[in-house]
Every structure is written in structure tokens, then in C-alpha cells.
Design a binder for this molecule. Structure first.
Ligand SMILES: *[C@@H]1O[C@H](CO)[C@@H](O)[C@H](O)[C@H]1NC(C)=O
Ligand SMILES: *[C@@H]1O[C@H](CO)[C@@H](O)[C@H](O)[C@H]1NC(C)=O
Length: 418
């Protein structure tokens, strides 16, 4: 749960982007050599780590998992969390990479204990969070929790961590927490750039690598400073389970594409796939845009009761592989002809991920030209349709065209073959 406010878009984006770029290149002091040598595959990202205050080695690819908010809101308890962990394993989703089981707002008592510690809500989490973490870990999964850079969380049913950052970080570490979503409600009027790094430092000091998800809603362009503070940052207000909300989050998030990188991702909010407010094709567009945008893939439906159709969408290995590609470059909307959009971004092995989206009311042909999507002129290209699971027989030169239905998409991996 996050936003209560509407974001004005009157800020000069170009100038803040430039300011942000220069601050990204200022030095960070944390030595991450140990973390790097543990991940030899990612040595070429060492400069990115060096600039990162958090430097926890997490989020080399976008996080995958589940979060309780979109489906359950405040109505959560430890049984739901345990059953969700069980279901992630039994459905095979865990094997596909969905590893984080993230508790959102409403898990704690309104009052801290006599020592000032957060306390799990007795009526809904009677066994406590440590026991829950042990359970989730026993399934080979990771447990995420939620707090707020304010005096209360957005639901106002539990305290926030403002002024208690070190104590709460220690508590989370003592429970074995792996992921912290940190919201922005009921704050003291100071800037997020002041409040969020306090928790960053507290997490470093507490000594367990915890994925730090900044849920600042895009208020102060967190993409410009988030990489030094957290592993992901929300670029938008809360998503709702409808087409307009989904595509507007995609658009707001796309603006900051250049600022995403391994260890720090733009976050257009959690997935609504399976919650019932969009058609199958619209959910396919949702999942495709999130995937190609290197967004966190955090499922937001009831994993215990997933329709076959939902499962087919979120378990598409080829689409997940685009999201998890080690190159870690967020795709851009390289061209929009009215309602017809072309999204593209590089993948490992000189391949290109291409997404053709039709946002209009009628089916239409969409053509992607090589010079718009980063394929060298003259290349002959093989195309893999990742929703049809077919490599097309045609070899493409100069461009690729497809007819796309209303509120639908086509998604390809393009590979130059000569
Ligand atoms: C928690 O709730 C149970 C029953 O609902 C009660 O017996 C117990 O005393 C409560 N524990 C605390 C610490 O409040
Ligand atoms: C696409 O490329 C083909 C050659 O493969 C060319 O004949 C055609 O005119 C191009 N289409 C568009 C719309 O540019």
C-alpha cells in the first residue's frame, strides 16, 4: 500500500535527469570486492557496485516473487503466507525464479514493545515473523517484509521505521528477513533523499544482505538517486487492476530506462496478472512490458488459486528469460505511431528483445525497422515469437511487420544470423 497523493509532472525532467546523471558518477566509499568475487559472472559490473552505497550484491537481475498487497490488501495472516510459499513450490513457479515471498502492510501491532521493537500482530501472525521466515526458508524461498519511512505505514495500523531505523533493521536481520519494501506515508516533511538513506545505512550496519525496495512512488525522481540507496525504486503511484492504470505505469517507468542497471531497477509496481480486471491479452501486454522493462516480477494474485490462463502467462520461460537476461538493460519505447508502439532493448548474445504493442481499438499492422531497434543495417534476422513459442520460418531484412490485435502485443527475440 502506498500512495495517497497525485504526482505533479511539472518538474523539468531534462534538468533533473542531467543533475541525476552527474550525481550517479560521484564516488561511493563502500568496498565491494568481496561481494564481487563471490559473483565472478558479474565482474564487469564492478563499477556499478562501487557507486552503490548499499553494495549488498543483490538484484543482479530484477527480483522475482510475490507480494501480498494487490490481492489481499490488509487481510493477511501467517497461514496465507505459508500457503503461498507452498503454492510457489507446488506450481513450479519457485523453480522458474519466483523466490521472494513478500509481506506488505498490516503485519504488525500498532504499538512497539516496551523495548521499542516492532511486534508481529498477535491475532494474525501468532507464531511471529522469525518462525515464518524459518518456514519460508525451509522451502528454499526468501521472506520479504514491509515498513515505512514515516511514523506510521500507509494503513496506519502499524508503526513506520522513521527514527527507529537501526533498531528495526536489527530486528529484521534477527528474523532472517531477505527483502524490505519501504513505503513513504505519514512522514515528517523531510525529503525522501534524507529519510531513505538512513535505512540504507541501518541495513548495511545490521549485516545481512537485504534487498532494499524503495517505495517512494516517484515523488522526487528516485531513479536519479536510488541506485546509491536501494536495489529498486518505484517510479509510479500504485498500480490498479485495469488497462489504463497498467499502461500509464509502464509509460512513467519508461522515462527512466537509462538509469536501470544490475543491482538497481526501476519499479513500475507489482503485477496484477490474474486479479480479474483485464483481459487475457491485456495481461499478456502487462507481463511483456514488465519483462522487457526489467521490472521486478512480483506476482500480485492469489497463488493458491491461480487459473490455468494466469499460470500460463506468468510461467512463460522465454518471457522470464528476457527479464532475467544478464545484460540487464531496460528496453525503451523506441517509437510510437499513435496507439501503435515499438519497444526494444538489447539482450546477451547480440540479440534484441522486441515488443509490438497495440493500444488502440482496432487491429493494425506494426512495423519495426532495424535502425529504430539497434540492429545493424543489412542484417538478416531470425525471429523467435516468445508467446507462440515458435521460431519464424521467414528471415527478416530491414524490418519486421506483424498484425497486432487491439490491446494486445507480439513479442520476439531477434537474432542476426548474417
Ligand atoms: C495472543 O493471543 C492469544 C489468543 O488469541 C492470547 O492467549 C495471548 O495471550 C496473546 N499473546 C499476547 C502476547 O498478547
Ligand atoms: C520492410 O522490408 C522489406 C524488405 O525486407 C521491404 O521490401 C519493405 O518495403 C519494408 N517495409 C517497410 C514498411 O518499410
Amino acid at each position: 500500500m502506498e500512495s495517497r497523493r497525485r504526482k505533479g509532472d511539472g518538474l523539468s525532467l531534462a534538468s533533473t535527469l542531467l543533475m541525476g546523471m552527474s550525481c550517479l558518477f560521484s564516488a561511493a566509499s563502500v568496498d565491494t570486492k568481496a561481494a564481487l568475487s563471490a559473483n565472478p559472472k558479474y565482474h564487469h559490473y564492478r563499477e556499478e557496485y562501487r557507486r552503490n552505497l548499499l553494495a549488498n550484491g543483490l538484484g543482479l537481475t530484477p527480483p522475482m516473487g510475490w507480494n501480498s498487497w494487490n490481492y489481499f490488501n490488509c487481510k493477511i495472516d501467517e497461514e496465507i503466507i505459508k500457503q503461498t510459499a507452498d503454492a510457489l513450490v507446488s506450481t513450479g513457479l519457485a523453480k522458474l525464479g519466483y523466490e521472494y515471498v513478500n509481506i506488505d502492510d498490516c503485519w504488525a501491532e500498532i504499538a512497539r514493545d516496551y523495548k521499542g521493537n516492532l511486534v508481529a500482530k498477535n491475532s494474525t501472525f501468532p507464531s511471529g515473523i522469525k518462525a515464518l521466515a524459518d518456514y519460508v526458508h525451509s522451502k528454499g524461498l526468501k521472506l520479504g517484509i514491509y515498513s515505512d519511512a514515516g511514523y506510521f505505514t500507509c494503513s496506519k495500523t502499524m508503526p513506520g521505521s522513521l527514527g527507529h531505523e537501526e533498531q528495526d533493521a536489527k530486528t529484521f536481520v534477527s528474523w532472517g528477513i531477505d527483502y524490505l519494501k519501504y513505503d513513504n506515508c505519514n512522514e515528517d516533511g523531510t525529503k525522501p533523499t534524507v529519510r531513505y538513506p538512513v535505512m540504507t545505512r541501518a541495513l548495511i550496519k545490521a549485516g545481512r544482505p537485504i534487498f532494499f525496495s524503495l517505495c517512494e512512488w516517484g515523488d522526487l525522481h528516485p531513479a536519479l538517486w536510488g541506485a546509491k540507496v536501494g536495489n529498486s525504486w518505484r517510479t509510479t503511484n500504485d498500480i490498479a487492476d485495469n488497462w489504463n492504470s497498467m499502461v500509464s505505469r509502464a509509460d512513467q517507468n519508461e522515462v527512466y530506462a537509462e538509469l536501470a542497471r544490475p543491482g538497481g531497477w526501476n519499479d513500475p509496481d507489482m503485477l496484477e496478472v490474474g486479479n480479474g480486471g483485464m483481459t487475457r491479452n491485456e495481461y499478456i501486454v502487462h507481463f511483456s512490458i514488465w519483462s522487457i522493462s526489467k521490472a521486478p516480477l512480483l506476482l500480485g494474485c492469489d497463488i493458491r488459486n491461480m487459473a490455468k490462463e494466469t499460470m500460463e502467462i506468468v510461467s512463460n520461460k522465454e518471457v522470464i528469460a528476457i527479464n532475467q537476461d544478464p545484460v540487464g538493460v531496460q528496453a525503451k519505447k523506441v517509437r510510437a505511431l499513435g496507439d501503435l508502439e515499438i519497444w526494444a532493448g538489447p539482450l546477451s548474445g547480440y540479440r534484441v528483445a522486441l515488443l509490438l504493442v497495440n493500444r488502440g481499438p482496432w487491429h493494425n499492422a506494426i512495423t519495426a525497422h532495424w535502425d529504430d531497434i539497434g540492429i545493424p543495417e543489412g542484417s538478416i534476422v531470425e525471429a523467435r515469437d516468445v508467446w507462440e513459442h515458435k521460431t519464424l520460418k521467414t528471415r527478416f531484412v530491414q524490418n519486421l511487420s506483424a498484425t497486432v490485435e487491439s490491446h494486445s502485443c507480439k513479442m520476439y527475440i531477434l537474432k542476426p544470423v548474417s
